[in-house]
Design a protein around this ligand. Structure first.
Ligand SMILES: [Zn+2]
Length: 218
């Protein structure tokens, strides 16, 4: 299945400049590992950005500022020093790889959060504030309808879901915020596993869903 949904240009550039918070940074890195389209798109954007910076008039511009901006564009997009040891993570279906971006980030075993629904907390050793987790939702199941107080990024590792806006499959990336109210429904025949980063909280519609959300700290 070809990747249909990608991070937008702004996210790619912020990622390359190292200005994304840790959670979103890991999500974009996980996507780019498997997406040649985004890797080449970023190369084009970086080349364009470098040309624009070099063409700026020198007057009034701190030469060090230009050097720093260009260095930031050249810097590797990886997160800061991370543990080398392979961290444990919950079992994934055969053929589904644990993202290299998460090497050194341990994740808990699958925890029950509702019928057919499990989750796993991903710990980022170098940033305790990162809110990153995995969701494993059974075939035909759905997340309660919700919107977001901040940015929600999702990378699909396995299976497919439809959220009323589009169909998302393995390798796809989704960005949602307070302007999006959606209800992801996993397609029949195959469970769905997603990696997610949430800034702020998910805002669920129903009281039961709100309690479930507060229990797992989404
Ligand atoms: Zn992509």
């Amino acid at each position: 299945m070809t990747i249909q949904h990608h991070p937008d240009d702004a996210l790619l550039l912020e990622h390359a400049a190292g200005s994304l918070p840790t959670g979103p940074c890991l999500l974009v890195a996980s996507h780019m590992e498997g997406c040649a389209h985004c890797r080449s798109r970023l190369a084009v954007l970086e080349a364009a950005g470098g040309v624009m910076l070099e063409e700026l008039p020198a007057a009034g511009l701190d030469p060090q500022a230009l050097a720093r901006a260009l260095a930031a564009l050249d810097a590797p997009a990886s997160a800061p020093a991370r543990a080398q040891a392979a961290a444990t993570h919950p079992p994934l279906p055969q053929g589904t790889a644990w993202p290299s971006a998460l090497a050194g980030c341990p994740a808990t075993p699958w925890r029950w959060m509702g019928p057919g629904m499990h989750w796993s907390r991903v710990t980022v050793p170098w940033d305790a504030s990162a809110n990153v987790f995995l969701l494993r939702i059974g075939a035909g199941k759905y997340l309660p309808q919700h919107t977001h107080s901040g940015q929600e990024l999702t990378q699909i590792l396995h299976g497919t879901f439809h959220d009323g806006r589009a169909l998302f499959g393995p390798g796809d990336f989704d960005e949602a915020d307070g302007s999006v109210r959606h209800q992801p429904v996993v397609q029949t025949g195959c469970e769905c596993i997603c990696l997610a980063s949430v800034e702020g909280k998910l805002v669920f519609d129903g009281w039961l869903a709100r309690i479930a959300g507060s229990v797992v700290g989404m």
